[in-house]
Ligand binder design. Structure first.
Ligand SMILES: [Zn+2]
Length: 144
């Protein structure tokens, strides 16, 4: 899938503004000069990742779907809070510890280290599955 179009650039720009807004609430807006945000097309179960050395946040491309808008913001905030917490407290703090949690709470999110897969829309309709029926099951009173 190719996201490199105008629409994509625009979304990325908006997202970066959102990130800047978060960082300014956290009192670290200047930090955003060094942070980059990108999307990955990799079929990965992870919604987001952050590379503290490269100061790069990578978000799963599935988050670009309109249905995942809320999760996109939560994931951005989740990852950015890692960057900000590591920047302020050093890289040795607990990954989803109190410092990280506080950043999320401060901007109105409930800190969730893991987002349940069931909340993620993947854009494709759920495969139509027939009710599972094992052949040779005669216990169900359907034998005549
Ligand atoms: Zn995390």
């Amino acid at each position: 899938m190719n996201h490199r179009n105008e629409d994509y650039e625009k979304r990325l720009e908006q997202l970066f503004e959102k990130a800047q807004h978060l960082a300014s609430i956290w009192g670290l807006s200047l930090l955003m000069r060094d942070v980059s945000v990108e999307f990955s097309d990799a079929d990965d179960s992870k919604l987001g990742q952050c590379d503290l050395r490269r100061m790069t946040i990578t978000l799963n491309g599935v988050l670009l779907l309109p249905e995942n808008e809320t999760l996109l913001h939560e994931t951005l905030c989740h990852e950015l809070a890692h960057v900000v917490a590591a920047y302020r407290y050093g890289p040795r703090i607990q990954e989803h510890g109190p410092e990280w949690q506080e950043y999320l709470q401060r901007v109105g999110f409930t800190p969730r280290p893991v987002i349940p897969a069931a909340e993620i829309r993947n854009g494709s309709p759920a495969p139509h599955r027939r009710a599972h029926r094992s052949t040779g099951d005669r216990s169900r009173g359907d034998a005549r």
